[in-house]
Design a protein. Structure first.
Length: 164
């Protein structure tokens, strides 16, 4: 008469032998934990993004007053730290600068020289040359920047943009 071992004896926890069932259970729990971490981590990072450091820029050079882009299109978009700024050439000595980000849904604006308006092509937002809303859905005017014409000795004046 042979005695077959019981299932509890096959696992032998006292010898440190994992056995198939314990190994399978451990691998399933570990896999589930890794899957949970792979799903939860991106969701947490999306809901709590890292803080973006503000640029330490005080001013930006938009080019010379006779820059071909100013003469051809009447405007130029320059980087002010991490923010785009639109610089308008109103006349030979008058320039205006505003944030190039529309206040409606953060699209980049352009200048329509023929109509003398800043236009957002995403949802037909319209601003005058003072940055005030004249049509469309934008809720508030564009943020204004200060513009200075600086003439280095012996060269043409340059357009310098700074915070207003």
């Amino acid at each position: 008469m042979t005695v077959e071992p019981r299932a509890s004896q096959l696992l032998r926890p006292e010898t440190g032998d994992l056995g198939r069932r314990r190994l399978l259970g451990w691998s399933l729990r570990t896999s589930f934990g890794a899957l949970l971490a792979a799903v939860v981590y991106p969701v947490v990072r999306f809901l709590n993004p890292p803080e973006e450091k503000a640029a330490a820029t005080d001013e930006a050079d938009a080019g010379g007053v006779s820059d071909p882009e100013f003469l051809e299109k009447g405007y130029r978009i320059v980087r002010f730290g991490s923010e785009p700024v639109i610089v308008l050439r109103i006349s030979d000595t008058e320039f205006h600068a505003f944030s190039a980000v529309c206040t409606h849904l953060a699209c980049i604006v352009e200048y329509d020289r023929a109509r003398r308006q800043i236009a957002c092509n995403c949802h037909n937002g319209q601003f005058d040359v003072q940055g005030q809303v004249v049509g469309g859905p934008p809720p508030r005017p564009l943020t204004r920047f200060a513009v200075h014409l600086v003439a280095p000795p012996g060269s043409a004046p340059r357009v310098i943009v700074s915070r207003a």
